[in-house]
Design a protein around this ligand. Structure first.
Ligand SMILES: C[S@@+](CC[C@H](N)C(=O)[O-])C[C@H]1O[C@@H](n2cnc3c(N)ncnc32)[C@H](O)[C@@H]1O
Length: 256
């Protein structure tokens, strides 16, 4: 999937708050081996590395565009590699991921496989958006069903793989997780207008639609989405409550 780092960075301050909440879940120790799954531009990975003294941090991402930015942030004990989340192997004291696994399918399979990457005594800490039932997002597949987009997309629209918080707790427990902590939080963003909401979605949720639509339909798709959005939010500013799921669990250290 293609990404636009500049567009993604437009809402960086809104993205810092959930990252801070996620950092708050980490049991900080000296000298951890850490992997950041779906590190994007590496900005937050670099901040993560700064908060974990003496740790070796590897950020991985499947987007060459995002990774190009990340590479410029490499320093001692912080590296980045082009790799998919599905291809990660090895053992890590901290398996970390901020706003990325919502792009990976089949979480019932994914969560145990991510937990398997955690070393004994280690931890998994993940944040993922769960805003798919919000009307701003429900509107996207609706526009995709309209002509001429439906034909160009061959009827395709993206189904969110995100599960309920109970399901993540259950999956972590079944995988052998201890000290399981799962919660959902609403981030109450106030957006200037519906165009700002459209920009936000253009940097994230709309990417797979743009990948599938011919370039000449990108602008028309955005125009139609904006138009439909204005029907729902006729006045400015737009209150945009954004839900996110956080989960964390530890793995038993069999050697005490
Ligand atoms: C919303 S961005 C989050 C980036 C960063 N973690 C942050 O919080 O700023 C999602 C990132 O996940 C990456 N991504 C999506 N699917 C992936 C996959 N299967 N494997 C690796 N990276 C993936 C994208 O390329 C993108 O950089």
């Amino acid at each position: 999937m293609s990404w636009n780092p500049e567009l993604y960075h437009k809402f960086r301050s809104e993205r810092f708050a959930p990252f801070e909440d996620l950092i708050g879940l980490i049991a900080v120790r000296e000298g951890l081996s850490v992997i950041d799954l779906g590190c994007g531009t590496g900005e937050l990975t670099s901040m993560l590395a700064d908060r974990l003294p003496g740790s070796d941090v590897l950020g991985i991402d499947s987007s060459p565009e995002m990774l190009e930015h990340a590479k410029s942030k490499e320093k001692e004990r912080l590296r980045f590699e082009l790799r998919t989340i599905e291809d990660v192997s090895g053992e890590w004291d901290l398996v970390f991921s901020n706003a990325a696994i919502q792009w990976v399918e089949d979480h019932a399979m994914l969560i145990p496989s991510l937990f398997a990457l955690v070393s004994p005594g280690g931890q998994i800490a993940v944040q993922l958006p769960s805003n798919h039932p919000h009307e701003t997002q429900m509107l996207v597949p609706e526009v995709a069903k309209e002509p001429p987009f439906a034909d160009a997309l061959k009827g395709w629209s993206r189904k969110s793989p995100v599960l309920s918080i109970n399901a993540y707790a259950e999956l972590l427990f079944q995988a052998g997780g201890m000290n399981i902590n799962v919660f959902e939080k609403v981030f109450p963003h106030v957006m200037r207008d519906t165009d700002a909401v459209t920009d936000w979605l253009s940097g994230t949720m709309l990417r797979p639609y743009f990948d599938r639509l011919p370039e000449e339909l990108h602008g028309r798709f955005l125009d139609r989405y904006r138009e439909r959005l204005r029907e729902i939010y006729p006045s400015d500013p737009v209150f945009y409550p954004f839900r996110r799921i956080f989960f964390s669990a530890m793995k038993t250290n069999l050697h005490g």
